[in-house]
Design a protein around this ligand. Structure first.
Ligand code: AMP
Length: 191
């Protein structure tokens, strides 16, 4: 059975770091749509060329392009736990993921929401120095998050899948809270 674990949170909430740690520690697969897109941009693929202008502006890449990319990835999976980091980001993406999970007989296990205040997010993103992280773009990315992605919290909460994690603590504290919420401590200790 493929188990799907979703990380939700504003840009700069630390979900990439936490997802990478969790995947490394437990041998999970990790799909960061942002990383996959950046690699496509670097290699000048057709997808990369189409996605670039949206990414540079801090806007979302159109749903159809993203859904195709994620569907290709999901269809190729073997039995494992898979962390989705940066997807879904719109209600259309979430609904399409639901359908895909049903048709492939996967299980949506949990949606972890890393909750971080706006000020922390702006501080973190502005100090990162990535192309799309200049202050103006940071503000736009947060606006896009609030409008398009934040409604997914209700969406998954009503499905009883959402777990809220306090994301303002140190990375170690956040990680430990994730493990507790996923009941994973035992496995870590026994290693
Ligand atoms: P991230 O590294 O997750 O912050 O993603 C960087 C950029 O890639 C975003 O600002 C979007 O332009 C694009 N992106 C990543 N994931 C998605 C997605 N699920 N839907 C639309 N655009 C995305």
């Amino acid at each position: 059975m493929v188990e799907i674990l979703i990380f939700l949170g504003a840009p700069g909430s630390g979900k990439g770091t936490q997802a990478t740690n969790l995947a490394d520690r437990y041998g999970y697969k990790h799909l960061s749509t942002g990383d996959m897109l950046r690699s496509n941009v670097k290699q000048n693929t057709e997808l990369g060329i189409k996605a670039k202008k949206y990414m540079q502006n801090g806007d979302l890449v159109p749903d159809d392009l993203i859904i195709q990319m994620v569907t290709d990835f999901l269809t190729s999976l073997e039995e494992n736990t898979v962390i989705l980091d940066g997807f879904p980001r719109t209600e259309i993406q979430a609904k399409s993921l639901d359908l895909k999970i049903r048709s492939l007989k996967f299980n949506l296990s949990r949606v972890l929401y890393l909750d971080v205040g706006d000020k922390d997010v702006i501080d973190r993103l502005s100090s990162r120095g990535r192309d799309d992280d200049s202050y103006k773009l940071v503000v736009n990315r947060l606006k896009v998050y609030e409008k398009e992605t934040a409604p997914l919290l209700d969406y998954y909460n009503s499905k009883k899948k959402l777990i809220r994690i306090e994301g303002g603590n140190t990375p170690e504290e956040v990680f430990s809270s994730i493990l507790t919420n996923l009941s994973l401590e035992k496995k870590e200790v026994s290693r």
